[in-house]
Design a protein around this ligand. Sequence first.
Ligand code: PPE
Length: 314
Amino acid sequence: MTPTEKIWHNGRFIRWEEAKIHVLSHVVNYGTSVFEGIRCYSTPAGPAIFRLNEHVRRMLNSAKIYRMEDIGYTAATLAEAMKELVRVNKMDACYLRPIVLRGYGEIGVNGLKNPIDVYIACWEWGKYLGDEAAAEGVDVCVSSWTRLAPNTLPALAKAGANYMNSQLIKMEALVNGYSEGIALDAAGHVCEGSGENIFVVQDGKILTPPLGASVLPGITRDSVIALAGGLGIPVVETIVPRELLYIADEVFFSGTAAEITPIRSVDRITVGKGRRGPVAEQLQKEFFGIIHGSKPDRFGWLSPVHAGQTAMAK
Ligand code: PPE
């Protein structure tokens, strides 16, 4: 990671190096954080943040689930802060990481009396699953770890602590020579990757596990569903059995970091033709077209960073 100049902290900009917290902060000891991952893309009309308002809303929802009802900043303030951060750091394309955490004060499990701190950082982040992944597809495994069971850690919240489970999935996959792991939910059905939602294509239909199957309500997932609708490809949110991964025509991931990444094998079983399939390719074309400004932003997904910057491709 290459540092940028500034980080937003509780309403003001501080130097990257200054963004430090005490070791006895609640978040360090008990994992008390909720966060987002957002991409800002370079378009011919200037930098634009992808689905900014949806990400801010999800972060506030995550905070609410953890009884952080009032984090001290409105959705509008946070959205504006993110645009300002991109401007202040003179970035064109970057990844934004807003994080809300319980800071230093009391010690003990109850965090309600600890101060809430809000930070937003940004930096340049390249391809999440490797440079060739979008075109070639990745080799993944089904994890031996189960995703968060219902009513344990709430999956609709994007909380730091959830990523302890993600880390187990990811490390196991990497150590065994895969790019990523797919976790099953507590009932043994397909859930999601360590940092991606998952889609299966069969007979011209797209299937994806429903909210409630312990998946994160992915914003790229939502975008894929919208794009598929536009292409006339039916999407069904339904239980996906593990073995469907092996016999599907196509399987692919979606996520802010991973964007749309085809999966070419699962557990060393070739998926479809063992390379990016036509549905993933069509969806990528639509997705990359919009984010790079070569196709009209017909869903209003891009928030321009600079004032007066309007002309996305029409
Ligand atoms: N599931 C999980 C568990 C997840 O972490 C992500 C995003 C998604 C689904 C996709 O959600 P969305 O980004 O809203 O489409 N993972 C983020 C974290 C990556 C990281 O390693 O850090 C991301 O893609 O930014």
